[in-house]
Every structure is written in C-alpha cells, then in structure tokens.
Design a protein. Structure first.
Length: 313
C-alpha cells in the first residue's frame, strides 16, 4: 500500500468513477484500477463496488476512507509545515512559568514583526515543562522565576539538562486583591491579616525537583485554593475575597484599563517582605541565540523596567 494509492481511493470516492478519477489525477484508468486492486488485496477488504449509480464505497470501504483521508491530510500537513520552514525564517518559541510580564513582552515582540508570515509561539506552563521544552528544543528560551531556597535544585537541573540560566532582575512579592477587598485600603498587609481569606495558588507538582514561581508558605494558611491557570486565579481574585501573593498578576496595577473597573485587581505590599524572586531565562548551552530570541529578550527587559526594578548587570 502506498501513499499514492490512498490518494487514488479518495479521488475515486469523490468522483464515483474510476475513469473520471484517472483524468483528474492525470493517470491512466488501468493504473488507477490496478492501484485499487492492489490495496484491496493487501488489506483484505473490498473497497468499491460498481452500481448503476457509479462506483460506490462498500461498508468496509467507507470506514477505510476515513483513515485514508486522515493519513493523507496529516502527511500533507507535515510536508507543508517543514518545507515552509526553509523560507519563512521567522520561527520562534518561548516557554514561561505563570509570569504575566513574559506574556506582555511577547505581545510587544509580536507587534514588531514586519514579515508577511511567521510561526511563533508562547507556552505558559509549569516549571518542569519549561525545562523540558528548552531541553528538547521545542522552545528556544524558558522564562523562570525562583527563590534563593531553590538555587541548588536549579543548578542541578541546569547541569543535568546542559542548560544555562541568565538572571535579569530580582522582583519583590505583593499581595493581590480585588479593589473592594476588605484589606484593599491598607498600606501594607501582614500574613496574619490574610489568614481569614482564601489563598489562591497554583497546583504544585509532587515531584521533589519541581519548584514554583510563588512563595511556598501556603501550609501556614488554613484556606487554600489550588488552580492550574492564570485565568482561573484572576477570576477568583476579582470576584471574591480570595488573594494571591506573587510578583505580578495580569490586569493589576500594570494595566490602567482594569484599574478603573469595580473588580480591578490591585497590588499591596507585604508588611513582612518575602525573599525576592530571581527572574531570568534558561537556554541551551551550545545553541547560538537567534535574532528573534534577542528581540524578545529586549522586549522582556523593557517590560521588567516598567516595574521600576533595575536589571541585574
């Protein structure tokens, strides 16, 4: 059975005629007919039957046709995807933890494109997947944030995966609450103040080598809500008395449009400052950085500077 035979069968099914299919395919009728017989013999079923209405699919033929179309479609997609890579030159992917400033930087990066076609992506995911994406080459860069307590684990992961980490800045953590939250008017909030409210945090992995971009103190609180994505986290904070602690949250103080809404999310400093997060990017040691990667990092640095935090020299 050949890929070409499958295309013949699809065309015959469309035309209900072997002779018409042969004309459409610029083949002889005998060649197309023999290809069908060859395929039928190989799979052990009868695909077509001749009737007064033309050549029609048998019951087995209808089932077989579905797989033919799937195989042909996916094969043609793969051929187009990787052949086009040779002339597009605009291919880039970055993976990031749940860090809104990394997404905002990607938006700025996307707005700088002048090429008529490109293939770029940003993958917001957990830490282990960020490392895996960069290790396998699925993404050229991985944007991460981690605490001092994670440094040994980070160094181990970097060594095992032959990756490097470049620190861009260190960022403080804030309490994020909705505009009308009972604590929203405070100049600073203590951990004790927060104990009566639900703490929304990302669902962490049981993997001992896993680490998160959030403060690891939720075991001290009695009301914990675990989510897996930023959309759920933001929705809970904007529409309840739940809170989050992080370096950044979308539609918070960084976004002037949402500051004017009743359910806006605002950032309030902690009375007991937590250790700052080391923010930077990982990349393959032996891979030369592409121009698109450098362009994205420029946008990322610009986004970080809007926080008023100096970059690491």
């Amino acid at each position: 059975m050949t890929f070409q035979n499958l295309k013949y069968i699809i065309e015959i099914a469309n035309c209900h005629s072997i002779s018409q299919a042969a004309k459409n395919l610029y083949m002889t009728q005998s060649a197309v007919s023999n290809a069908v017989k060859e395929t039928e013999k190989e799979v052990g079923i009868r695909i077509f039957e001749r009737t007064s209405r033309g050549v029609l699919l048998t019951y087995d033929g209808e089932d077989f046709l579905k797989y033919c179309k799937e195989i042909v479609s996916k094969t043609e997609f793969l051929a187009t995807k990787y052949q086009s890579r040779n002339y597009l030159h605009m291919y880039f992917s970055v993976s990031a933890q749940h860090l809104p400033f990394a997404v905002r930087a990607f938006r700025k990066f996307l707005n700088t494109f002048q090429a008529p076609c490109f293939d770029v992506s940003i993958r917001e995911t957990d830490t282990a997947t960020v490392f895996r994406d960069v290790t396998t080459g699925k993404s050229e860069l991985g944007i991460c944030a981690f605490h001092d307590s994670h440094i040994l684990m980070i160094r181990k992961s970097l060594f095992l995966h032959e990756l490097s980490f470049t620190e861009l800045t260190q960022m403080p953590c804030y309490v994020f609450v909705r505009k009308n939250h009972p604590l929203a008017g405070e100049e600073a909030i203590s951990i004790e103040d927060l104990k009566n409210y639900p703490f929304v945090t990302y669902d962490s992995s049981s993997d001992p080598d896993q680490f998160t971009e959030e403060p690891l103190f939720y075991e001290l609180l009695e009301k914990n809500v675990h989510v897996t994505d930023r959309s759920s986290k933001l929705n809970l904070i904007r529409n309840s008395d739940a809170f989050s602690i992080a370096v950044d949250l979308p539609n918070s103080n960084a976004d002037s449009f949402f500051r004017s809404r009743e359910n806006a999310v605002i950032a309030v400093p902690l009375k007991e400052p937590l250790e700052p997060l080391h923010v930077g990017y990982i990349f393959q040691k032996n891979r030369e950085q592409s121009s698109l990667a450098r362009q994205y990092l420029g946008c990322l640095n610009a986004e970080i500077q809007q926080f008023g935090i100096p970059s690491v020299p």
